[in-house]
Design a protein around this ligand. Structure first.
Ligand code: SLL
Length: 274
């Protein structure tokens, strides 16, 4: 999460030098109705959420999560005071949702960030293919196909769009009270805790893209350096050539006449001559 959003301004009771990191996943899932609803023109149902990446009950340190929806929604400011921290709605359009996490220790400033609610696939014709059961064929589990931060999955027989990101909430020098809350979380569920997005795989893919990009850029830099060297050599050669021609011209002039000696101006630049 961006630096400084949670800042240790208050002097009282802070645990200096301690940094607690809470990984989270936030985003939305949406599904098309299959048709436009006559009564209100809505086409999708969706759920926006903030959830822990680890299997832990965030309510030990989270007081509430505020989701500010588009103003076209009644009571656009939705407050969720216990897990799951999510809002489900129906609609027809995408918009930016402001998400604000309030903490149980009021000395910790609320954390604000944004998520663009995604209903549609990236662009017509570029939508991610749905690969039924690719990693776990034969099971009824969702089988996501990641494209950047958007995943296409089949859930309960319906094609879903999932747009979610991994992020980390960083508590630098938390208050003693907050530190206790942060380090005494209970498990959210006793059963397996799993996400739609394979975060490790996405991280590895991003890293390899960055590495490949670096290699490409380094090759281009080296290519440009070679070209620059060549250009420098050419300039040196031309300069030597110009000097040689000038020397020869001067020699020739000296032997014939002195008329050019007083005009060092532009080559061929005779201005206002009559
Ligand atoms: C857009 N800028 O034009 C966005 C706005 C608004 C979405 C999207 C439901 C509204 C209702 C709804 O989907 N609002 O129930 O009246 O795409």
């Amino acid at each position: 999460m961006a630096d400084g959003q949670i800042s240790g301004g208050e002097a009282a009771g802070r645990v200096k030098g301690v940094c607690v990191v809470k990984p989270i996943i936030y985003g939305n899932i949406s599904q098309h109705f299959g048709k436009k609803r006559e009564s209100d023109g809505h086409t999708h149902d969706w759920t926006i959420y903030v959830k822990p990446y680890e299997n832990e009950d965030m309510s030990s340190y989270v007081k509430k999560v505020q989701f500010r929806l588009h103003e076209s929604y009644p009571n656009a400011n939705r407050i969720v005071s216990k897990p799951p921290y999510e809002v489900s709605e129906t609609g027809w359009g995408e918009f930016e949702v402001q998400i604000k996490i309030h903490f149980n220790d009021l000395a910790e400033k609320p954390l604000t960030f944004y998520h663009v609610l995604k209903l549609f696939h990236n662009a017509p014709g570029t939508a991610a293919p749905v690969v039924p059961g690719a990693p776990n064929a034969g099971s009824s589990a969702p089988s996501p196909v990641d494209v950047g931060t958007t995943t296409t999955a089949v859930i309960q027989g319906r094609k879903s769009v999932i747009s979610e990101v991994y992020d980390e909430v960083i508590f630098q020098d938390p208050t003693q009270y907050m530190y206790t809350l942060l380090t005494t979380t209970r498990k959210l569920t006793l059963s397996a805790y799993k996400h739609e997005t394979n975060v490790e795989e996405r991280r590895d893919r991003s890293l390899s893209k960055i590495k490949n990009g670096r290699i490409k850029v380094q090759a281009e830099i080296s290519d440009f350096k070679d070209k620059l060297e060549l250009a420098k050599e050419t300039i040196t050669k031309f300069k030597a050539e110009i000097a040689r021609v000038q020397r020869e011209a001067n020699l020739g002039t000296d032997s014939n006449s002195q008329s050019n000696h007083h005009s060092p101006g532009l080559v061929g630049g005779v201005i206002g001559s009559s």
